[in-house]
Design a protein around this ligand. Structure first.
Ligand SMILES: O=P(O)(O)OC[C@H]1O[C@H](O)[C@H](O)[C@@H](O)[C@@H]1O
Length: 449
């Protein structure tokens, strides 16, 4: 086992006593048992628990082969998907790749540019992306578990047409990779008809828990990241989550602490990172916890800030505004890059006191100072220590949060694996668009607009 993710809640001492943590044990262990015995609500969607050790090896090999083909014949990969069919891949690619991956000069980046689309309904975004593709060879990975989601379906129509225009239908079909349900849905039917290479979102893995299936793995592999290490990290975190006693189990302790804080009125959890490349990990985390816990008029509202950036915008509120939140810091312990600050002859900016120090030392000092300031401002601070900015650590992080989320949702008393609330806006949108079958709803809505 490599260096493990650590969950540190020592800074909550003024808010949570050791006794409260002990008192929570039976509740947490009960929730864990319900999860692992698959006896709770939503138990049809627990395929993610064993995924890191029990995945389709043949498909895994096929993902690597497809990634190699895309790397060989494409300047650009378009990844079309939304929600759970988008955020995991983007989180991983941004965390594991060069900060300026897409604009690196040829030679410095050996893998295709990767653009995400189908995650909004913006004409401008689609139009501008068409400009980027001009003169470039490209492939498409269309990802949708249901195969019917509006945003990706619209983007796919546009870029499929462009692909066919460029290569003709036969070659275009060889450049389209469909990740969807194994048997049903509009996308699966189309893939069968057109002969796209297909990858499976397993029935028992919901979108927001699907990053370690082909949903995440194909785009991540195309970026050149090590998907074997990603799976190993997840498998090691699984072992820790399943086998470690409560007192030392990061996922269980995190689930316990956040529920104790919620019961004390802390209704918002802010995930804070100090690395821009963690931005989409926070976005992935927001969907994971937001869709899993936010229901039945309950839940912790998941928010995120990028620091130190947002200390200059949201810092005031976190320090001093309504006392409704706690903060969970994602700390990459070892920066993959080192920059040492130099001494200047004339110390006009007054920065010479930092000469000889690394930029990461300054970043970590900002982090430690902020944690103490926020703690003093009655914002309980938790920390997830990520040993390194690599695939192994990220695999652990994904699994750690997924497991904690399942346990935490059961402690809260909700079904963590459905998302009924997402349908309401869709019904209205379909009605307003004039989709067949929504005629009556349309009339009623138009009167209200
Ligand atoms: O993969 P898809 O079926 O296209 O779904 C994409 C996303 O959209 C839905 O509306 C759900 O709220 C998400 O949980 C899901 O991840």
């Amino acid at each position: 086992m490599g260096k493990e993710i650590v969950f540190d809640y020592s800074k909550t001492a003024g808010f949570i006593s050791e006794e409260e943590m002990k008192n929570m044990k039976s509740t947490v262990m009960g929730a864990k048992d319900v999860l692992t015995a698959k006896s709770g609500a939503g138990n049809d969607y627990l395929g993610w628990i064993d995924l890191p050790v029990d995945y389709d090896k043949e498909e895994f090999a096929r993902i690597k082969k497809a990634a190699e083909k895309i790397q060989g014949d494409s300047d650009v990969l378009l990844v079309i998907g939304i929600g759970g069919s988008y955020l995991g891949a983007r989180a991983a690619i941004e965390f594991l790749s060069h900060s300026f991956y897409n604009v690196l000069p040829k030679g410095k980046r050996k893998t295709p540019e990767i653009y995400f689309v189908g995650n909004s309904i913006s004409s401008k975004y689609i139009h501008d992306l068409q400009d980027v593709l001009e003169g470039k060879d490209f492939s498409i990975n269309i990802i949708s578990k249901s195969g019917t989601t509006t945003e990706p379906a619209i983007a796919f129509r546009v870029f499929k047409e462009m692909l066919i225009g460029k290569y003709g239908k036969e070659e275009a079909n060889k450049r389209i990779y469909a990740t969807t349900d194994k048997a049903k849905g509009a996308l699966k039917n189309l893939a069968n008809e057109e002969g796209y290479e297909s990858f499976v979102v397993p029935d028992d893995v919901g979108g927001r828990f699907s990053v370690l299936t082909a949903v995440g793995l194909l785009p991540i592999a195309v970026s050149g990241a090590d998907i074997d290490a990603l799976m190993t990290g997840a498998a090691d975190a699984r072992k820790v989550a399943l086998e470690t006693e409560y007192e030392k189990n990061p996922a269980l302790l995190y689930a316990a602490v956040r529920n104790i804080l919620l019961r004390k009125g802390k209704q918002v959890e802010i995930v804070a990172n100090y690395e821009p490349s963690l931005h989409y990990v926070s976005e992935w985390w927001k969907q994971l916890f937001g869709e899993s816990e936010g229901k039945d008029q309950r839940g912790i509202f998941p928010a995120a800030v990028d620091l130190t950036t947002d200390l200059h915008s949201m810092g005031q509120f976190i320090q001093d505004g309504a006392r409704i939140m706690f903060e969970t810091v994602l700390n990459v312990e070892e920066s993959p890059a080192e920059i040492v600050l130099q001494r200047e002859d004339v110390d006009t900016d007054g920065m010479n006191y930092l000469a000889g120090k690394t930029v990461d030392f300054v970043n970590k000092s900002a982090m430690n100072g902020t944690i103490l300031a926020h703690t003093d401002g009655s914002v309980p601070n938790l920390m997830v220590k990520i040993p390194a900015q690599d695939a192994y650590s990220l695999g652990q992080l994904f699994y750690f949060f997924e497991f904690a989320c399942g346990v935490s949702g059961y402690i809260l008393g909700v079904n963590p694996f459905n998302q009924p609330g997402v349908e309401s806006y869709k019904k209205n949108m379909f009605a307003l668009l004039g989709k067949p079958g929504y005629e009556e709803a349309r009339e009623a809505l138009l009167k209200r607009l």
